[in-house]
Design a protein around this ligand. Structure first.
Ligand code: SAM
Length: 288
């Protein structure tokens, strides 16, 4: 069956016939632009052998496109009032499983194990903007076998994912994304591509996951504590952020770690590259 929900008239008719409207509390903005939906499937590089996890299928719009291209799709939706709608809109596809639940509490490794024999899965989503960062971070750091992720996010978030040292957008999200993946901007998407229209421009971004993280580090947890401590107090010098922000690290230890890593203790976190964060983390882990 051909996907049809990308057309605004069909989406409006489905919402009307089920007596529902988009719920703000769940970040619901339904896509109504076939070109954007096709670009999403293309960017996600979905082929007939792929298993796709979709986050937040809504009324099933992107799901129809994913299911037409993939071997199978599992879609996790938090809003139980949409389940009867999904049953209806996805009835033409026999390769979709809808799971009711919060993606932040979903065992993705288990889904990959049960539905894809434990092999790496692809993730695609028009994300709910109110929890974009927690979702992306939990997918990146959660340890589930994931090959690539394609997301619709606010443009401002896409810029943060791609930002490098020295940019005002550079922060903990940039470093986490770039440690695990290569973020590729696919295209910007105007508010008119959604019902209802969000108040911001969106961007489609593809995170090409690395087989191994970008840099080697002895203690990944310490690296991310260090990164968080550095950006929690953005205006402070990194040396002070670390001393106050990581339990068990004294001013003397921090000074010794900077010296061992060959990094200026007067620097701000927003100037440090991922490689320098890794060197500092390894120097600290030697002292802890
Ligand atoms: N995929 C649909 C589309 O493109 O038209 C809807 C996208 S809408 C921006 C985000 C969807 O995520 C909504 O269906 C919303 O109910 C769902 N959602 C919000 N929070 C969620 C969560 N924590 N876990 C799973 N789904 C969630």
């Amino acid at each position: 069956m051909e996907p049809y929900l990308g057309k605004a008239a069909y989406t409006a008719a489905v919402l009307r016939s089920h007596h529902i409207s988009a719920r703000k509390k769940y970040g619901q903005n339904f896509l109504v632009d076939p070109g954007v939906l096709e670009d999403t499937v293309r960017a996600a590089e979905i082929g007939p052998d792929d298993f796709v996890l979709e986050i937040g299928p809504g009324i099933g719009t992107l799901t129809q496109y994913l299911a037409s291209a993939a071997r199978a799709v599992c879609a996790v939706e938090i809003d139980r009032s949409l389940l009867p709608v999904l049953e209806n809109t996805l009835s033409g596809w026999n390769n979709v499983t809808v799971v009711e639940g919060d993606i932040l509490k979903t065992d993705i490794s288990r889904i990959a194990e049960e539905q894809n024999g434990g092999k790496p899965i692809k993730v695609a989503a028009n994300l709910p903007y109110y929890i974009t960062t927690p979702i992306v971070l939990s997918l990146l750091t959660g340890g589930a076998p994931i090959r690539g992720m394609t997301f619709m996010v606010q443009k401002e978030v896409a810029l943060r994912m791609q930002a490098g040292p020295g940019s005002k957008d550079y922060g903990a999200l940039s470093l986490a994304v770039q440690y695990f993946s290569d973020p590729v901007l696919v295209r910007d998407v105007p508010p008119s591509a959604f019902i209802p229209q969000p108040g911001v421009t969106s961007s489609l971004i593809h995170l090409r996951k690395y087989g191994e993280p970008k840099v080697r580090v002895r203690d990944e947890k310490l690296l991310f504590s260090l990164i968080r401590a550095s950006f929690n107090q953005r205006r402070k010098k990194l040396m002070n952020g670390i001393t106050g922000g990581i339990p068990g690290v004294s001013a003397e230890m921090a000074a010794a770690a900077f010296a061992a890593a060959g990094i200026d203790p007067g620097i701000r976190g927003e100037r440090l590259t991922l490689g320098e964060f890794a060197a500092l983390s390894d120097a600290l882990s030697d002292l802890l």
